[in-house]
Design a protein around this ligand. Structure first.
Ligand SMILES: O=C(O)CCC(=O)C(=O)O
Ligand SMILES: [Fe+2]
Length: 501
């Protein structure tokens, strides 16, 4: 009875058993002789047990991954068994061949492209350019020269094993550890150098000496992290990231001052939905993520704003971007405010392996810290620096769990950040107006997540403009933006808030 019960469960879980047409593919089992039938039942039981064990163990996410793996395994076994069975037995129904069941459940490695967008209605592939109009991100393939990307990968694969560390925190007396290791690289030595000087400087430190102490993140003291010295290759990469940003937004003064490295050992290593800590970055920061090694998904989802009636309105969507080796994603200033990002767990069999790194993925997120924000730092009830974050367009301070042995209930809105965010939105509007001839929303190039023109989302309008190659502006940075960098691009993407008119 137990075997029968488990078999029923496998049948329920396995889609190849769910189609009534395919039910016939299991009919021939009745004709098996006793020995074979027992063998078969034993096999089905083993699969059922692995699924039950997967369900019984671990967190919800672990269950999903384990279940996926168990399903893949069960599918492979089932497929081989079916194949054998059909060779031995006369086919009852030609329309229900085993390959049909196989096709229903393929084991798929994550392809390097394209990105996909999922809404309540459907999921579809979107080219990178279209994604930039749907979400405040820009995907750049082959971001670094190939040799530099490979050199950085080799360096960091070694260094991350030696010196990067997981962070931990305690909630209700229980200790949690990040399912990945990380470290901070600060580009101290380059402060004050222009980007051309940065690119050619030969005085960069060559050593990769790391100290794995629990040093808080600069002025913001956001998280406890290992700290490492950036190599010449990493400095070069930072300079290139800066160029990539400025080519797309010539008016920005963005200059990376630190990079946060993350090592994802396998499909279980992940980072859940979040927006980044903003203590040392300030409101509406630009953050650039560079992927090295294996190809994992980087996902984005929009969080509803306070003033939106329903979080499940039509524009709710999740974008999933495969990030193969040497792909960069620029998260523009809306991204930490109204969006969350994640690197979800994946079954190892779906990871796009890298010839050198295997399943390991490294990411570097380049950020610009602003020392002047230290004066805004406020302590929580535990006496530790509170964390500045934004959700759904609202800025707040809260007790940060990272590196702490306990948490307090401190939470309050952050008015200076809210006001500064508003000023930055206004400035962005001026930059757009300054850089471009006026265009009404009708010409703005809004694209619906499911394709075709659509009314623009109520709060964020992603506008596609023709290239403004010779545009020079001193408006936001107080210094002329380089026009040379923009010559190469044919189009620029800006997003401005509809609130700004
Ligand atoms: O690994 C990535 O691409 C994302 C990492 C991230 O979101 C973070 O460190 O805050
Ligand atoms: Fe993040």
């Amino acid at each position: 009875r137990k075997v029968k019960k488990e078999r029923e469960m496998v049948f329920r879980l396995h889609p190849s058993f769910q189609s009534s047409r395919c039910k016939q593919s299991v009919q021939p089992r009745e004709k098996l002789d006793d020995g074979k039938r027992k063998h078969k039942e034993h096999e089905v039981k083993a699969v059922a047990v692995s699924i039950v064990q997967a369900l019984a163990s671990g967190s919800t996410r672990a269950r999903v991954v384990d279940l996926e793996e168990a399903r893949e395994e069960s599918h492979t076994k089932r497929h081989h068994a079916d194949k054998q069975e059909h060779q031995e037995l006369p086919r009852q129904d030609d329309r229900c061949k085993p390959p049909l069941a196989a096709a229903a459940w393929p084991i798929r490695r994550l392809p390097a492209q394209p990105a996909t967008v999922r809404t309540a209605q459907a999921e579809r592939a979107v080219p990178d350019e279209e994604l930039a109009a749907l979400a405040p991100v820009h995907v750049i393939r082959h971001a670094l020269p190939r040799e530099l990307a490979d050199q950085l990968l080799v360096e960091l694969l070694r260094e991350s094993l030696d010196a990067w560390a997981a962070s931990s925190w305690v909630v209700h007396g229980k200790e949690f550890t990040t399912p990945r290791t990380s470290a901070i690289y600060e580009f101290r030595e380059l402060k004050g150098l222009g980007s051309t000087e940065r690119a050619t400087a030969s005085s960069f430190p060559k050593s990769n000496v790391c100290s794995s102490t629990d040093v808080a993140d600069g002025h913001g003291r956001e998280e406890s992290r290992a700290r490492c010295e950036p190599s010449a290759a990493l400095h070069r990469a930072a300079t290139i990231m800066q160029t990539l940003v400025r080519e797309r937004r010539p008016q920005t003064n963005w200059e990376p001052t630190l990079a946060l490295g993350n090592r994802y050992e396998n499909g279980r290593a992940c980072v859940g939905w979040h927006s980044d800590f903003l203590n040392s970055l300030g409101p509406r920061p630009i953050i650039v993520g560079l992927s090295l090694g294996s190809c994992r998904r980087f996902c984005l989802r929009r969080t509803a704003r306070d003033d939106e009636s329903s979080p499940t309105h039509a524009e709710a969507m999740v974008a999933s971007i495969p990030m193969p080796h040497n792909t960069a994603v620029i998260m523009w200033d809306d991204c930490q405010e109204e969006w969350q990002h994640s690197v979800p767990r994946q079954a190892d069999s779906t990871i796009g392996k890298h010839p050198l790194a295997g399943h390991v993925r490294l990411s570097l997120t380049f950020r610009m810290s602003r020392p002047e924000l230290a004066r805004h730092q406020k302590s929580c009830h535990c006496g530790r620096p509170s964390a500045l974050k934004s959700k759904a367009g609202r800025y707040y301070l809260a007790c940060s769990p990272m590196g702490a042995s306990k948490q307090c209930s401190f939470w309050e809105p952050c008015s200076w950040a809210q006001e500064e965010a508003e000023r930055l939105r206004q400035r962005m509007k001026l930059e757009v107006l300054h850089a471009l001839p006026l265009q009404g929303p009708a010409q703005a190039g809004c694209i619906s997540p499911l394709g075709g023109p659509s009314p623009c989302p109520p709060h964020t309008t992603h506008k596609l403009y023709a290239g403004q190659e010779n545009q020079t502006s001193t408006m936001s940075t107080g210094r002329p933006a380089s026009a040379a960098g923009t010559d190469a691009i044919s189009a620029m993407f800006f997003e401005v808030s509809d609130d700004d008119g």
